[in-house]
Design a protein around this ligand. Structure first.
Ligand code: SF4
Length: 295
């Protein structure tokens, strides 16, 4: 396996800037300030090389991302959030996977394209964007033409996002909470609501509302919101924010699949599934506000 390039000359200034932001690391709002190129790790638990847990076509994503060939997902291990209800805790918290180089990452994208996938979907990318952007440059030089999807938990810093402009066609952030105390309790990120809202505004500034051609998303913003029991996520405030401060035409997926996983049973308020009525009330509220709610 070749290592990450110590000489970044063949890459753009953007890649170099991103690399600098990793040493000391201020890539995300945690600002751990560890030297990841020296092997140090911060909150996300990943050092110099990205760790990939799986690569392949995925048919469980939103239909606008799936088409007939599936969404070409690359799942990254580690995470900059600490969600106690994480459904992928073996990947995000236990960091199961294999270290990959930029060259290997670029190769994986081209393989997904050859396989017939509709897009390249980077799952949990925030903490490994320097390698992702470098790999996109390499893959595009070698024929990658698919849209790219930034599939994030939504805890992203503006400075880093600005460097992604032109590299990501579709931003698909979570908007998890509108309340700081809840964000602290469930994800160890008390500043999540304000950081997340600013991040979503920046994403929309870059790519605008979601554009769909022949049933497939080509670029734009697609927000995911997971409904929690008893409106614990603050769903209505999130919808208000989108309608009033981002765009009344925002596309949103109101997700109904919450179930208590990982350590969720330690928190009585979220130790059950949301009811159908709770989910429908959020969905109807979003429709009433005029948002484009996915089926
Ligand atoms: S990317 Fe990881 S190491 Fe860097 S600031 Fe975020 S959590 Fe910390």
């Amino acid at each position: 396996m070749t290592s990450l390039p110590t000489d970044l000359d063949s890459f753009s200034q953007t890649v170099k800037h991103l690399w600098q932001r990793m040493n000391p690391c201020t890539l995300c709002p945690r600002n751990c300030k560890v030297y990841r190129s020296k092997g140090e790790v911060g909150f996300c638990g990943i050092a110099r090389l990205p760790v990939v847990s799986s690569v392949g076509p995925h048919f469980g994503e939103e239909s606008v991302l799936v088409g007939t060939g599936g969404s070409g997902t690359i799942f990254f291990a580690g995470c900059n959030l600490g969600c106690i209800f994480c459904q992928n805790f073996d990947i995000s918290h236990h960091r199961c996977g294999h270290k990959v180089t930029i060259e290997k990452l670029a190769q994986s994208m081209l393989e997904l394209q050859r396989y017939g996938c509709c897009n390249i979907n980077f799952v949990t990318p925030t903490h490994v964007v320097p390698a992702i952007v470098a790999a996109i440059e390499l893959a595009r030089k070698n024929g990658l033409s698919l849209p790219t999807v930034y599939n994030t938990g939504g805890y992203d810093s503006i400075e880093t996002l600005k460097l992604l402009h032109g590299y990501m066609d579709i931003y698909m952030p979570d908007m998890k909470y509108s309340d700081s105390k809840v964000a602290q309790q469930l994800s160890a990120a008390p500043d999540y609501p304000e950081v997340n809202q600013e991040a979503v505004k920046e994403m929309h500034r870059q790519v605008g509302d979601l554009q769909v051609e022949k049933g497939l998303a080509t670029h734009g913003l697609l927000v995911r919101h997971l409904v929690l029991p008893d409106n614990f996520a603050g769903s209505f405030e999130i919808i208000d924010f989108l309608a009033e401060q981002v765009s009344p035409k925002t596309t949103i997926n109101v997700m109904d699949q919450y179930r208590p996983c990982y350590k969720a049973s330690t928190q009585p308020k979220i130790n059950r599934r949301p009811t159908l009525q709770e989910i429908e009330s959020v969905r109807n509220y979003a429709l009433d506000k005029g948002l484009n709610v996915l089926d």
